[in-house]
Design a protein around this ligand. Structure first.
Ligand code: ADP
Ligand code: MG
Length: 683
């Protein structure tokens, strides 16, 4: 099997350069990958109905004999129709094909075929448009349906898969060792592959699926656990004494119970009294739950113990904001906080790095610039990453490598579904901030269609006149337009048509960090009433006086992103609103917007998001350390997921780098699955 991943798809019969490109597009550049391109669904061809009683407008199988050679008719636009009459001995049916001259050689007069398609038309003249078909003698009981792409039909794919099976070695090796297969009642890989593509019965299909899902989850777990074992160095050399009461007493507000609990859990974890390893903890909390103060409390205690801490954020704006709020919290305690981003000037940076190395800077806040070479700490004991779903596992471990077994705190802004947390952070301890600071009001959310946009503007106007501020998220989609142009045009439209007397600012990804900062600062100081922006405002920046979030083309965003955007408002004590504008008709988009109107519970939203989009999209493809899965569904296959996780741990306990010959197949698969993932691949 492994070597089939080296065989190019062109080596298959019937696959030339042009088709090879299309196969690549579907994710099958090699014969091995093609065998792992599982059907999207199946058609049951096993019970053909008589033509007379076949259902209307529902795909169904018909067994019938061709009455005459397909007749060719040319119609407008260079289209050619092929019509052919077939009979099941009692009733007749007309089949129609378009632009396919091969039909005349594929359908022979007097031969019997199985046709699969929808019957339309009246009592007298029943028709089937472009059915799938196969000679009756060789027809499968269940036919696979593949994800198609222009120029590559399900049938072409199915034929290529048939040829691919001819290249499988016999007997073929199975990456899952025999003994393990027996123990968990899993079928052999060969059986699984044959039956996932061309199942003989629905039962066989089920058996094949279970085996392939298990295998995929096992390989995923092995890969993730191995990546994690690199992040987690076991023995803690930094016992931390609790100074949190001192920190809390200096806070301008009193911490929520959830914040107190999270801080206590983490400090206990770092105390060295419970166990000997360094802390690896995830703090999950909805937007606005006050994660920054939790991180600050921990940094404070670490620093009061004479050590250093660092916090890494995904964007400059966010790093800046963290630096601001952390120094507000910590400077009064005599702590030196510094900010390091890509835009810090060379001379200033040199000085900063020097002071960091000498331990004069005790808390370094920054972007991924922190993990670059030349950044050295004197005694780094705590690393914090914010908005973690934007960082790869590998980046997090690079940060940890700046210290010696430092404690690690991961702050997740988008709550991660519990199921997914179990898989990705299987070995992280979790604290949950399930309580918002007092005085927060629920955010009213409305989904409207664009004809009501002007009314929404009226609503904005009312609030602006009272001195409040609003965000508007663009862009509108227009062909050939970039985000910047869209934001500019939108702001212009507002200025000329609706808000000539209102100060409007714009923010987009093409602006320099300095420019963005300047605009954000103006907005934070209420010098701008409306901020028209791309999703760059998504993360973190806190403006309590902003009370309306209006999102154009809301269907373009995933649930978690919408929730995150909505979290920009409702940060003060005033009633806030979120207006989602969308003309989308498709069911999934409508469902998403409905969920947004129904709930503001970040955990529920995350669960729904995962359900609607799948884990690959949820994490924004593989760059975040989770590869796309082909067959397993993490919401539905929880039981297999748990099993796979347990088995993976068992395997790694005996053979931590999968070097035993018996694990060679699994090792190859881990590499295969993770090849696109992460900055440092597995080896
Ligand atoms: P998030 O969890 O989304 O990162 P932040 O840490 O940015 O939330 O906190 C949101 C806002 O709430 C900040 O302005 C912060 O100062 C404030 N805040 C945090 N904790 C409390 C609290 N216990 N009481 C009142 N305000 C708080
Ligand atoms: Mg935050």
């Amino acid at each position: 099997m492994a070597s089939l991943f080296e065989k190019k798809i062109q080596e298959l019969k019937g696959v030339g350069e042009k088709r090879a490109k299309l196969f690549c597009k579907l994710g099958a550049p090699t014969v091995g990958a093609l065998l792992r391109l599982y059907p999207r669904s199946y058609e049951d061809w096993s019970h053909p109905s008589p033509i007379a009683s076949a259902p209307h407008d529902v795909p169904c199988p018909i067994k019938a004999t061709v009455l005459h050679r397909p007749k060719e008719t040319r119609i407008r636009n260079g289209m050619t129709l092929y019509k052919v009459a077939v009979t099941d001995g009692i009733s007749d049916l007309t089949l129609t094909f378009f632009n396919n001259p091969y039909i005349q050689t594929l359908l022979m007069e007097g031969q019997e075929y199985l046709f699969y398609g929808k019957i339309t038309g009246g009592f007298l003249r029943r028709e089937m448009l472009v059915p799938e078909f196969c000679p009756a003698s060789t027809a499968p009981a269940i036919a696979p349906v593949y994800r198609q792409t222009e120029g590559l039909s399900s049938r072409i794919i199915s034929n290529a898969v048939k040829h691919a099976f001819e290249l499988l070695p016999d007997p073929m090796k199975d990456p899952i060792p025999d003994e393990m297969r027996q123990q968990y009642g899993l079928c052999h890989l060969r059986f699984a592959l044959e039956n996932i593509h061309f199942p003989h019965t629905m039962e066989d299909l089920g058996v094949a699926k279970t085996r392939l899902i298990f295998e995929e989850l096992l390989v995923l777990q092995l890969g993730l656990l191995r990546l994690k074992s690199r992040t987690r160095k076991d023995i803690s050399i930094h016992p931390i004494e609790d100074h949190s009461e001192e920190f809390f007493s200096l806070l301008p507000f009193s911490p929520t119970n959830a914040q107190r609990k999270a801080v206590a859990e983490a400090l206990e974890d770092m105390s060295g009294k419970l166990h000997s390893h360094s802390m690896s903890r995830l703090v999950q909390g909805d937007v606005g739950s006050g994660k920054t103060a939790v991180a600050a409390a921990l940094c404070h205690s670490v620093i009061k113990n004479g050590m250093q801490a660092t916090l890494m954020a995904p964007t400059e704006i966010l790093a800046q904001q963290h630096a601001n709020s952390l120094s507000e919290f910590l400077t009064p305690c005599g702590i030196q906080v510094a900010l390091l981003t890509g835009s810090v000037k060379a001379t200033k940076k040199r000085l900063l790095l020097e002071q960091l190395k000498q331990g004069k800077i005790q808390l370094l806040v920054g972007t991924h610039a922190i993990i670059s070479d030349g950044v050295e700490f004197q005694n780094l004991a705590l690393v914090v990453t914010d908005e973690q779903h934007r960082f790869g596992v590998a980046q997090r471990s690079a940060l940890a490598a700046k210290g010696e077994n430092p404690h690690m705190l991961v702050m997740s802004a988008t709550p991660i579904p519990r199921t997914l947390a179990l898989m990705i952070y299987g070995d992280l301890d979790v604290s949950v901030l399930d309580e918002l600071p007092p005085g927060r009001q629920a955010i009213d959310t409305y989904a409207i269609r664009s004809p009501r946009r002007e009314r929404a503007f009226g609503f904005l106007r009312k609030h602006i006149d009272q001195g409040y501020q609003c965000y508007i998220i663009c862009p509108l989609i227009e062909e050939g337009q970039n985000d910047m142009a869209s934001v500019q045009e939108y702001a212009e439209m507002l200025r000329t048509r609706f808000f000539p007397d209102v100060s409007i600012g714009i923010l987009h990804g093409k602006m320099k960090p300095k420019e963005k900062e300047a605009v954000m600062k103006q907005f934070a100081q209420n010098e701008l009433s409306i901020l028209v922006s791309t999703t760059v405002v998504e993360v973190g920046v806190d403006v309590p006086n902003a009370v309306i979030m209006l999102i154009e083309n809301a269907e373009r965003y995933g649930l978690s992103q919408l929730h995150q955007l909505r979290g920009r408002v409702g940060r003060g004590s005033v009633k806030s609103s979120c207006i989602l504008i969308s003309d989308a008709q498709n069911e999934e988009a409508v469902a998403r917007l409905k969920i947004m109107c129904q709930t503001s519970d970040g955990f529920r939203i995350a669960d729904e998001d995962l359900r609607l989009r799948g884990p690959g999209d949820f994490f924004g493809t593989n760059q975040h350390g989770v590869p796309d899965l082909k067959i397993a569904n993490m919401m539905e296959d929880m039981e297999l997921l748990r099993q796979a996780q347990a088995v993976a741990k068992e395997i790694l306990a005996q053979d931590s780098d999968l070097s035993l010959p018996i694990h060679r197949g699994l090792r190859a698969e881990v590499r295969q699955l993770f090849q696109k993932v992460g900055e440092q691949g597995l080896n």
